[in-house]
Design a protein around this ligand. Structure first.
Ligand SMILES: *Cc1c(COP(=O)(O)O)cnc(C)c1O
Length: 389
């Protein structure tokens, strides 16, 4: 089945629900068992069927089935947020004495978890250059259990050579996890050697900026059981309404993503030629540092890209950002609305590589507004930048 058709069908079983197109939303903690024997039998298969709310309901299973299909994996685990999906994966696959290779361009809270929590548990993290590719070989140690990737980086947009990294990791017995939030629908993680694919479903899956949700997807049953056992032990339990919103969002993901990507390419191409702009970070743009890898491994894109301005005073950049009509200031992305954040200084921390742009850096999310309105908003913003500069 092609991707758009899969999005329509994944996780739906109308025959189980009186023909209702969408699976019902189960609000359930307690599940009643008909007999002691049935109760005991369900206890022997904790992840099979409906047993207790925290272990999942038909709403959970519908969402997990749908996400697994969309990511191209076999099994998924619903998580209460993208960050919980990341930390849940790290906690399940690492123990005291293990070594983790973490990409230097990782989402900042991921880095924070390694430094603040994993370090305290005796798990050592080595950060590596996102451009390392097969060169990761020299960083792999006998106790390296996991190589964590994120491609493109969600603030700086480096595209990683995932197949080369996976080949080296697997040759040394390490697993590969990927934060695939940017590449949902356009990057097939399991085709490229990834073992665990993570989605911040808060972004494009939910797609409407109104719920927190995450997912962990794998292609392998044994690995699923390992992850599920750990995640269940921690008590992660996403809400029923959130998973309903995730399922609803998935149905329109294909059309939304194409529109986000088309608009982003228009805006990025226009910005690239502006005299106020030093460079644009968007792998689909020819000339982008990650363009060749993106062309090789991705089949599409999304609406998130970065812009590096030529040197300008902070007050001028602030005037540009404060005055936008459509690009409102807010964290997150993947919703229907356009967003912008300044990324200079505070949110980009590097230890293995240098991030030293020639001017202030920004991150834009192209929403579903009319592209001409967005271009006009950017043009007026650059005029404010110039006037205050
Ligand atoms: C937002 C984000 C996350 C975290 O997702 P939450 O649902 O906000 O916890 C993880 N990775 C990336 C790349 C993100 O952009």
């Amino acid at each position: 089945m092609k991707k758009d058709s899969l999005l329509v069908h994944a996780g739906r079983h109308p025959e189980r629900y009186h023909g209702a197109v969408n699976p019902p939303v189960y609000h359930a903690s307690t599940i009643l068992h008909p007999s002691v024997a049935a109760m005991e039998a369900s206890g022997k298969k904790p992840f099979d069927g409906v047993r207790y709310g925290r272990y999942g309901t038909p709403t959970t299973f519908a969402f997990e089935e749908a996400v697994a299909a969309v990511e191209g994996g076999a099994k998924a685990i619903a998580m209460p947020s993208g960050l919980a999906a990341i930390t849940g994966t790290l906690m399940a696959l690492l123990k005291t004495g293990d070594h983790l290779l973490m990409v230097d361009s990782a989402y900042f809270p991921t880095r924070k978890f390694c430094d603040a929590v994993l370090a305290g548990l005796g798990v050592e993290t080595t950060y590596y250059d996102p451009a390392i590719g097969a060169g990761i070989e020299v960083l792999l140690r006998p106790n390296t259990r996991l190589v964590f990737t994120e491609s493109p980086g969600s603030l700086t947009f480096e595209v990683q050579d995932i197949p080369a990294i996976a080949a080296a990791a697997h040759a040394h017995g390490a697993l590969v996890a990927m934060d695939n939030t940017w590449g949902i629908q356009s990057f097939q993680p399991f085709v490229h050697g990834v073992d665990v694919s993570i989605q911040a479903c808060t972004k494009y899956v939910v797609g409407h900026a109104d719920a927190m949700l995450g997912s962990i997807t794998v292609a392998d049953e044994a690995l699923w059981l390992r992850l599920k056992t750990s995640v269940a032990a921690f008590g992660h339990s996403p809400g029923a309404e959130e998973m309903f919103l995730g399922l609803r969002g998935l149905r329109t993901l294909g059309v939304r993503l194409r529109h986000h990507a088309e608009t982003a390419l228009k805006l990025a191409s226009w910005l690239k030629d502006r005299p106020e702009v030093a460079s644009v970070l968007y792998p689909p743009l020819p000339g982008d540092a990650g363009h060749e890898l993106w062309k090789r491994d991705f089949t599409g894109a999304c609406g998130l890209f970065g812009v590096i301005l030529k040197p300008a005073p902070k007050a001028a950049v602030d005037a540009m950002l404060d005055g936008f009509t459509h690009f409102n200031l807010g964290y997150s992305w993947g919703g229907f609305e356009s967003l912008v954040i300044p990324t200079t200084g505070h949110s980009i921390i590097r230890t293995a590589t240098k991030w030293d742009p020639p001017g202030p850096s920004l991150r834009f999310h192209a929403g579903l507004e009319d592209a001409d309105d967005l271009l006009a908003d950017l043009e007026a913003g650059l005029a404010r930048l110039k006037a205050a500069g």
